[in-house]
Design a protein. Structure first.
Length: 290
């Protein structure tokens, strides 16, 4: 594993906590190797023009979002760790026609801090007080034309904005409030959850398909979907390695009956559509329309 091609291998795991720890360790190693400072960028959450109270912050932290990554709202993380030359992934559809989309990967080219930000000269890790003005990303793939003054493929990213609801229990009942979040739509790209890695093709991948800790119930077991997504992120057996041992019995479980029924339904629709098309094509040929 200690070869140049495997040093940039990506971890795919079903566990959010493992992803966070792996990414944090990777950016720390990156900082020690390159000497680049690590910046922590907290999301800016506001209600109207004011900051959140402690009770509102707690409600945000406890909120159950529809996404798979905890602390994330509509692709905007609660905290972004970043360093120049580190690897990142876009978590939000900025401009899909130009490949500035959820899942796009790249390398941080430059971080343009707020003009009022004060950073100690020797600090290796800094929690920013102000949102950076811009982060320049060298994307691995993009259709954005070269921008004046920037190398090809380098694209500026500014904070995106998303809104979400929180509920607070008070003396007079439950109060619902709308929180507006501003944050850079990106995350470190040294480890992904299997949910986030869908659709990715990764040159070298380390796969974690061990059963998550906890009671041996169906709630914490990996599904066949989790396993399939993790094991199909690269091009073959020579570019995939297992992080640790796993429960082999998870490959012997039956498929979800609802998924099987849906697969059969789609297959039947496909068959009927092909038959209809063949009949129509022959009819059009006889009529001289094709």
């Amino acid at each position: 594993m200690d070869t140049p091609e495997w040093r940039d291998a990506v971890l795919v795991t079903p566990r959010h906590a493992v992803r966070v720890q792996w990414n944090s360790a990777a950016v720390e190693q990156h900082s020690r190797t390159t000497g680049h400072r690590i910046y922590e960028i907290p999301a800016s959450d506001r209600i109207g023009r004011r900051e959140l109270t402690m009770r509102e912050r707690l409600a945000v932290a406890l909120r159950k979002d529809e996404g798979k990554n905890k602390g994330e709202v509509g692709g905007l993380p609660s905290l972004v760790e970043i360093s120049e030359d580190c690897k990142v992934m876009v978590t939000f559809n900025v401009e899909t026609e130009l490949d500035l989309a959820n899942g796009a990967r790249g390398t941080v080219y430059k971080i343009l801090l707020h003009e009022e930000e004060v950073v100690a000269p020797n600090a290796r890790r800094v929690r920013l007080q102000y949102m950076p003005r811009c982060i320049l990303i060298q994307l691995d793939r993009t259709r954005v034309p070269p921008l004046p003054g920037l190398p090809p493929g380098v694209v500026p990213f500014v904070p995106a904005r998303r809104s979400f609801q929180i509920s607070i229990n008070g003396r007079h009942g439950t109060v619902h409030r709308t929180v507006h979040r501003s944050q850079f739509p990106m995350t470190l790209a040294y480890a992904f959850t299997d949910y986030r890695s869908q659709g990715q093709t990764i040159p070298r991948v380390i796969v974690d398909i061990a059963t998550p800790p906890g009671p041996r119930t169906g709630l914490n077991k990996l599904s066949l979907f989790n396993v399939y997504v993790a094991l199909s992120r690269s091009s073959g057996r020579d570019t995939i390695r297992l992080l640790r041992d796993f429960d082999e019995s998870q490959f012997q479980r039956s498929h979800d009956p609802d998924l099987l029924a849906e697969a059969i339904r789609v297959r039947n629709l496909d068959t009927r559509t092909k038959r209809w098309w063949e009949r129509e094509r022959l009819l059009w040929q006889r009529m001289g329309l094709v």
